[in-house]
Ligand binder design. Structure first.
Ligand code: CDP
Length: 216
């Protein structure tokens, strides 16, 4: 691989585990676009910004811009084993996978200014890499060499996610369905993406399936 691989899919479809496994096998970094959306959402909440006003997107990107100018930018560290987000010398990563961020992130992610900020952060990275998210193959890297789209039923996804959150299965499944609806606009698969049902195999099997397409 000397270019870009994209792995898109719905919430808890297994994207980041598959992306990490494939990136390690290929010995290239992977970029989690969702982690950038989560970090921007955290930044907004910390600073009392809301997402429901006409100037919400501009206010948020102004905040992110001022952190950068002040020498404290939000920075994605695209480690193959798992991405991190740092601000200066603080690792924010463990603050970003909470039920509160889960519930707010889709409202931030519809703001065009924020989408522009995330896309520019990703497009500044030099290939080769694997990019993971919702619209990596359709919008951000339409020129990617290989594209994948992962999906699974809400129940299968909720059964996975409940292992990572302090919530019961029913509320995790309801929250995932709500996020599916809110994220629908940016979640349409690229027409040239290979579609994989991740309910149909174990993690190593899905990684092997992706690797099979890359080597054929
Ligand atoms: O793993 P999960 O899908 O739960 O989360 P994620 O990939 O960290 O994405 C978190 C949220 O960021 C999604 O629910 C979307 O609202 C947003 N997102 C997006 O809009 N576009 C992307 N390319 C990636 C994430």
């Amino acid at each position: 691989i000397n270019g870009i691989v994209t792995i898109d899919g719905v919430a808890a479809s297994g994207k980041s585990s598959v992306a990490s496994g494939v990136a390690r096998a290929l010995e290239i970094p992977y970029l989690s676009s969702g982690l950038l959306y989560r970090a921007a959402t955290w930044a907004a909440l910390e600073n009392g910004l809301t997402f429901d006003t006409p100037e919400a997107g501009r206010s948020l990107t102004a905040l992110l811009g001022s952190w950068k100018e002040g020498g404290q930018p939000l920075t994605l560290r695209p480690l193959a084993g798992g991405n991190q987000i740092w601000q200066g010398d603080h690792d924010l990563t463990e603050l970003l996978h909470t039920a509160q961020i889960d519930a707010q992130v889709s409202a931030a992610a519809v703001l065009p200014e924020l989408r522009g900020w995330v896309n520019a952060e990703l497009q500044a990275v030099t290939p080769p890499f694997l990019a993971e998210g919702r619209d990596m193959g359709s919008t951000v890297f339409p020129q990617a060499e290989y594209k994948f789209y992962l999906y699974a039923t809400p129940r299968v996804r909720a059964e996975r996610r409940v292992l990572e959150r302090q919530q019961d299965l029913e509320s995790v499944e309801a929250a995932l369905k709500l996020r599916d609806e809110r994220d629908a606009r940016q979640s349409a698969p690229a027409p040239d993406a290979v579609r994989i049902d991740t309910g149909g195999g174990t993690l190593p099997e899905i990684i092997a399936q992706v690797m099979g397409h890359l080597s054929s």
